[in-house]
Design a protein around this ligand. Structure first.
Ligand code: FES
Length: 124
């Protein structure tokens, strides 16, 4: 049970260090958006799945957000790079950063914290 900590996105074990991310849906600013969670340096981070360049989803292959070296998050469309821990633009045509979502990890689960948001793990 998430209690006041938010809604469960997925089990902790589903988000592997530097591996594929877990996609989920979130209500943000009154609309439903695609979002994702990744693990980087043993911390879970979550972002709207929306490139700052053209507003498209980052992953062509669902869940594939890291670049080949596992150093940056990469947009598959034009190659914008984002810092995994902050979502800040690290190269390419970002022109901004990713929208970060508040998550916590506890009791072997990853929870969305953002007030007023709802989530639903996407089935692919
Ligand atoms: S749409 Fe992401 S880099 Fe252009």
């Amino acid at each position: 049970m998430a209690g006041s900590d938010g809604r469960l996105i997925c089990p902790s074990a589903a988000v592997i260090e530097g591996g594929d991310g877990v996609r989920f849906s979130v209500t943000h600013d009154g609309a439903t958006h695609s979002a994702f969670a990744i693990r980087y340096r043993d911390q879970v981070h979550a972002y709207l799945n929306r490139c700052a360049h053209r507003g498209v989803e980052l992953d062509w292959v669902p869940g594939r957000f890291f670049d080949r070296d596992g150093r940056y998050l990469i947009c598959a469309t034009h190659g914008a790079l984002y810092e995994p821990g902050s979502g800040r633009c690290a190269g390419g045509p970002c022109g901004g950063g990713l929208v970060k979502l508040a998550v916590i990890e506890k009791n072997s689960g990853i929870y969305l914290v953002a007030a007023g948001s709802s989530d639903e793990r996407e089935q692919r």
